[in-house]
Design a protein around this ligand. Structure first.
Ligand code: ZN
Length: 144
């Protein structure tokens, strides 16, 4: 187990831009607001999604792109964290998206997930930053 003890700093509540890439917009927001560590929750809808499944044998992400669906997808749940990777804020999100029949798809949110409408609440932490580095055992960039 690894952990750090700290305090909550600021709470940011807002909505994302129509058509924006969810990871790009949140990453820029974190840089602009000097957020190096924090927690985020988000609900709303996307026009399309791109999620990853990490294959623990090959140690590679398999990308799963949303099917064609003009009606879009709900963000039934989305949460994640912010920490430092390669000297800049890194937004790590996982989400469950649902289609018009309520069928759910979920995983690690990747570039290419485009916002229709989304509201977020982000809590930043004060003090010690969490820093990611390559972990031999998993092949992932984990907190050290
Ligand atoms: Zn992930």
């Amino acid at each position: 187990m690894f952990f750090k003890k700290g305090k909550q700093d600021k709470v940011f509540v807002g909505k994302l831009t129509y058509g924006a890439d969810i990871l790009d917009e949140l990453s820029v927001f974190c840089v602009d607001n000097s957020i190096n560590s924090g927690w985020i929750n988000l609900i709303g809808a996307v026009k399309c999604y791109n999620i990853g499944f990490y294959d623990q044998n090959s140690k590679e992400y398999k990308e799963i792109k949303s099917p064609e669906n003009e009606a879009g997808f709900e963000i039934a749940s989305c949460s994640g964290n912010i920490s430092i990777k390669e000297n800049k804020p890194f937004v790590h999100l996982h989400a469950v998206f649902t289609d018009k029949d309520g069928k759910a798809f979920g995983g690690h949110v990747m570039k290419g997930t485009k916002i229709f409408a989304a509201e977020f609440m982000l809590t930043s932490f004060e003090g010690k930053d969490f820093v990611r580095s390559h972990d031999e055992e998993t092949g992932l960039f984990l907190w050290k």
